[in-house]
Design a protein around this ligand. Structure first.
Ligand code: FAD
Length: 471
């Protein structure tokens, strides 16, 4: 993957080749810049290749073809509701204004979106499913074929001011690159116990499942330049991490271990006592907080064969059949047998399911406020058709979804709100977009949309520098 090159200067340097970095790099190339993309891992991908793979887009032709009514205005309203009064309205507005264009941009570059479905935090189905490994391969090929330079297994370690408003990117292999614009796209910090302890100590009890290099390098570099921070108070785990060897709990998640979310297809969630404890239609971020408060910080998604019948291969978090084959789902002919297989009290689980089934048939709100499968959509399904299934489930940390303050052109702002000229950021390292909660599909959405903006703006910043030099 490495390309031999001796360049020590580039118009734009991009730090990190996940989705945000690839979108930024491609966008900078397409706007006429020479681009060097520096990736710390052995290959591009980061957290992006581990993602279940849904984009939150609204008003697409795929939605129309599926008879789903959705508009950018509805997306804007829902993003505001999900943010719950936090987050920066200007960043949400930028997401909404650029999302349809980015949807087409991805398709035009060969990214395949396979279907649209409902997911967490969405009132209408707008999760556009993608196979993330293929998407990264496609975008990497595009980047290289258009003349972009990629260095893998190389980290950006520091950014230092150079002459005439440019920046020096100091690399782990001893090189440095002088660039007129820099895009920080290095992902989050869920693999850094030090940063987690500082910003979200509760999540030290959860399992990190993000890209292995998500150690907060970009956050630290931004902080070293005086960048402000946003949304740090709202970091949450994600409910849905299967526990294959339960009762043994994992302390890490191997690549390829996707989340499983049978809850939005009709499963209920019970704790080790066999009791429900949450509204399963809520965002999996909210459910994660409830799960961390349960005995052993573990829970069980329980469902029947009707729910199993909704299994699809993509996105992988709905591939319940595949998960069954891989030993992540337990199956039994009766509820009692299922309870025994995961160590739950038979009578408690049976009672819980009976109570739920009575409520699901009545159309009335239950004790936990559940009225729908997810986000207000989908009728509840009584769990009565054998065989029955259980997924022992823990809380994972997929990402940190907070970080450097930026304006709507992805220009990094310092702690006083002033621009740090020439430095841009995109993707998970950016703070201020999500606010208090997270709408499913906006992690990838934000990476692609803001990555494109950051790449283009870094080129424009370089042109401004050149113009100033001529004057
Ligand atoms: C299991 C899981 C499921 C998810 N599911 C979804 C989903 O379905 N929908 C959704 O919207 N979001 C989802 N997310 C979140 C989403 O994947 C991320 O928000 C998104 O991929 C972030 O993209 P990024 O490019 O900012 O970061 P990444 O993809 O993590 O890329 C950052 C890159 O920077 C590199 N890097 C780090 N430090 C340095 C350095 N010093 N120098 C150079 N390179 C560096 C890393 O190696 C990495 O390749 C999921 C995440 C996980 C883990």
């Amino acid at each position: 993957m490495d390309i031999e090159h001796k360049n020590t200067a580039a118009d734009v340097v991009v730090m990190g080749a996940g989705l945000a970095g690839l979108a930024a790099g491609l966008s900078a190339l397409e706007n006429g810049a020479g681009v060097m993309l520096i990736e710390k891992g052995r290959k591009p991908g980061g957290s992006t290749v581990r993602a279940a793979g849904t984009f939150a887009f609204a008003g697409t032709d795929m939605q129309r073809a599926a008879g789903i009514e959705d508009t950018p205005a509805l997306l804007a309203d829902e993003l505001e509701v999900v943010a719950a009064g936090a987050g920066d309205p200007a960043l949400r507005a930028r997401y909404v204004s650029d999302q349809l264009d980015t949807y087409h941009w991805l398709l035009e570059r060969g990214v395949v979106l396979e279907r649209v479905q409902l997911s967490g935090g969405q009132a209408v189905p707008r999760a556009h499913a993608v196979a993330t490994d293929r998407m990264i391969e496609t975008l990497t090929r595009c980047f290289l074929s258009r003349g972009g330079l990629l260095s893998t297994a190389t980290a950006v370690e520091r950014l230092q001011p150079a002459r005439d408003g440019a920046w020096n990117a100091i690399l782990s292999d001893g090189r440095f690159i002088v660039a007129k614009g820099v895009v920080i796209a290095s992902g989050g910090f869920s693999r850094s116990p030090t940063l987690l302890r500082t910003f979200a100590p509760k999540l030290l009890a959860a399992v990190p499942i993000s890209g292995l290099e998500n150690t907060g390098d970009g956050l630290r570099i931004g902080m070293s330049l005086g960048a402000g921070l946003a949304d740090m108070a709202w970091i949450k785990g994600t409910f849905g991490l299967p526990v294959p060897d339960y009762p043994a709990l994992p302390d890490d998640s191997p690549e390829g271990m996707a989340l499983l979310l049978a809850i939005y297809r009709g499963a209920i969630v019970v704790n080790r006592e066999g009791r429900r404890f949450t509204d399963e239609s809520a965002s999996y971020k909210r459910i994660s907080e409830a799960c961390l408060a349960q005995p052993g910080a573990v829970a069980f998604q329980i469902f029947d064969d009707t729910v199993m019948g909704t299994s699809v291969p993509v996105p992988v978090n709905n591939d319940f059949r595949g998960a069954l084959q891989r030993g992540l789902v337990r199956r039994a002919d009766t509820v009692e047998e299922l309870a025994r297989s995961v160590g739950l009290t038979e009578t408690a689980l049976k009672e819980t399911i009976n109570t739920y089934n009575a409520m699901a048939g009545s159309g009335e709100e239950d004790a936990f406020g559940r009225l729908s499968l997810g986000g207000g959509v989908g009728r509840l399904i009584p769990l009565e058709r054998p065989p029955f299934y259980a997924i022992p489930t823990a809380v994972g940390v997929t990402g940190t979804f907070c970080g450097l303050t930026v304006d709507s052109s992805m220009q990094v702002l310092d702690v006083f709100g002033s621009p740090i000229k020439g430095i841009f950021a995109a993707g998970e390292v950016v703070g201020g977009f999500h606010g208090e909660n997270y709408m499913s599909g906006t992690g990838l959405g934000k990476a692609a949309i803001f990555g494109r903006v950051a790449g283009h703006e870094a080129v424009l910043a370089g042109k401004r520098l050149e113009a100033e030099a001529i004057e």
